[in-house]
Write a protein of this length. Structure first.
Length: 176
């Protein structure tokens, strides 16, 4: 399994944050690998047409993180993750790379599965495939290169009057 340290002061660890999206380096619950690749209905899914389900929100925030890395604009991503420290650190690093004239070559993470794990905390375990990623400086020189791989993260969502927010993201270790 391929998991990177997500939040650290060193530049190499900060660049790894770009590869994995964002994940706080806190307690790492162990879960067995989910067997279902299709999201199952959960109590947090909306039954009203036009309302976004938790799973749809997770897909949307993942898409925004993907676009932020490719385009260098973290504005929309930040709006959905204002209280997620790891997410804000990720956005800060993306902003720094682009502000310095650099770029990120990244084809976007692809969600493999979303599994409801904790009703009291609106928790979801997400498996996603992260492609190879290259970070270049303003001169076009490679600053970091990541091979990519499978990532497993736990997301904790907050429901507000305006919709979902991502409150916290943690790495998850999966027994193989």
């Amino acid at each position: 399994m391929f998991v990177r340290r997500a939040v650290a002061g060193a530049a190499a660890s900060a660049l790894a944050l770009v590869l994995v999206g964002c994940a706080e380096d806190e307690p790492e619950p162990k879960f067995t690998e989910p067997t279902s690749s299709a999201p199952s209905p959960t109590p947090t899914e909306s039954e009203t047409p036009g309302r976004e389900s938790a799973e749809d929100f997770i897909r949307r925030v993942t898409d925004l993180a993907n676009r932020a890395q490719v385009e260098g604009d973290t504005t929309e991503y930040r709006k959905l993750t204002p209280q997620c420290e790891a997410c804000q650190s990720f956005a800060d690093r993306v902003d720094e790379i682009y502000a310095d004239g650099g770029s990120i070559e990244f084809e976007g993470a692809r969600i493999v599965s979303i599994e409801f794990i904790d009703g009291s905390l609106n928790g979801y375990q997400v498996q996603r495939d992260v492609p190879a990623t290259t970070i270049r400086d303003a001169a076009g020189d490679v600053q970091d290169d990541f091979a990519g791989g499978r990532e497993v993260i736990n997301l904790y969502l907050k429901k507000t009057a305006r919709g979902w927010l991502l409150g916290r993201m943690l790495r998850a270790e999966v027994e193989e």
